[in-house]
Design a protein around this ligand. Sequence first.
Ligand SMILES: Nc1nc2c(ncn2[C@@H]2O[C@H](COP(=O)(O)OP(=O)(O)OP(=O)(O)O)[C@@H](O)[C@H]2O)c(=O)[nH]1
Ligand SMILES: [Mg+2]
Length: 471
Amino acid sequence: MVISSLADSLVRGVESIGDSVSETFFEPVIRLGVTGLARSGKTVFITSLVANLLDRGRMPGLVAQQEGRISAAYLQPQPDDTVPRFDYENHLAALTGPEPHWPDSTRAVSELRLSFKARPSGLLSGLQGPRTIHLDIVDYPGEWLLDLALLDKSYEVWSQETLKRIANRTEATTFLSLAQGTDPAEKHDEPQAQSLAKAFASYLNAARDAGFYDCTPGRFLLPGDLAGSPVLTFAPLPVDGHGPRRSLHREMERRYEAYKSQVVKPFFRDHFARIDRQVVLVDALGAIHNGPQAVEDMRRAMADILAAFRPGRNAWLSQLLLGKRVERILFAATKADHLHHTQHPRLTNIMEALTREARDRASFAGAETAALSLASLRATTEEIRDHNGTELPCVRGTLLGSGKQAAFYPGDLPEDPSHLLGPARNGSDSWLGEDYGFMAFAPAHLTLRPGDGPPHIRLDRAAQFLIGDRL
Ligand SMILES: Nc1nc2c(ncn2[C@@H]2O[C@H](COP(=O)(O)OP(=O)(O)OP(=O)(O)O)[C@@H](O)[C@H]2O)c(=O)[nH]1
Ligand SMILES: [Mg+2]
């Protein structure tokens, strides 16, 4: 334990020296982390952001672009040889091809490097030629940040907490009866361990599909090449104290610890610790549509995710970061094209309120934060429709599935976000008075002018906040 933490910080130290030397003397690198829970819009965000940074006709809010200082932007081979490349070309083809469709679900870490040639601003602009600035975009699932909480927990505590939390969930019935019928003190038997782990993984998948956000350990949902390996073959059991040698309890405990040291820690060390700027994407509209329970769940998950950005609470992470901080964090409500623009400020307020508690509890010492609502790829147009004499601000688009055109009024978001967050916190079953509809639109057919990226809402403002000061 001691040795591995020491080794971690040593590597980090050498790396940060390397980074700062190259930053000062050569070409600055900005590492932008893009995260969010499943289906929050990460893949579409990165694809559209990159397309709009390559063709900047729709990016007036990016100051360097407005001032004409960016002379070129181009994709380059990424610096990390072992991380999958973000599949930009295929995702863009899906969104903007002759039959536009949303890209497939990804749920693993990936990376892409975009480089700019830009003239510096201000006094230096006349003295220096264009500089090269690299933007490394790292896409990773928000669920992996939730695993940070496991580092502080023993197998015993984690088991007890998990079993208690899921006790009343219908999705967990099969797993729970299996776990309750198991004597953890019995001799370890591999088929038994496997069936427990399998049942637990099916529970986690069902819970995620049912809209629960607390689905950890995160890697159970997307095992990738770890599928079937011992680090993913464990489950919470009704344990108390220490189990006898060679017992199921001991073996589960050992694997849980291996998951922490061989899955969770490497992610934080190799990816998270190197991020300079971060955007956290949130499908707030989706949660509102799903009702108060989903909103409350999402608020809690956000607080847990944001805990990773206040490393003071976690000794291991603080040591790993050695005082290095994410400098800017943007909280963005995605899919804002489901709302008429008159409602966007309200969505932003809700976004702010959803993350406020987490932000207030401990400010992100030194990090600048902002909240915004955006659409990475605008799939709708706006129109006002008359409904029994009242004017309803609607959006119109192509329905996913039927392919028909439809105008849609999603409901009136409250001016005061506490009208949503209050009932959510108090455990209400439904919203009072208002129903919030949600309609799935397909991406629109596009004919782009040369120099223009795909249509979006406020993606340029997001880019300005995240990287504008470094261009
Ligand atoms: N209308 C609209 N829908 C969007 C937008 N961005 C994302 N969506 C919808 O949200 C879904 C999920 O978007 P993704 O970008 O795949 O989300 P993700 O976070 O990468 O999802 P996972 O890879 O499954 O974790 C898409 O399939 C679309 O239906 C947007 O800007 N406008
Ligand atoms: Mg994705």
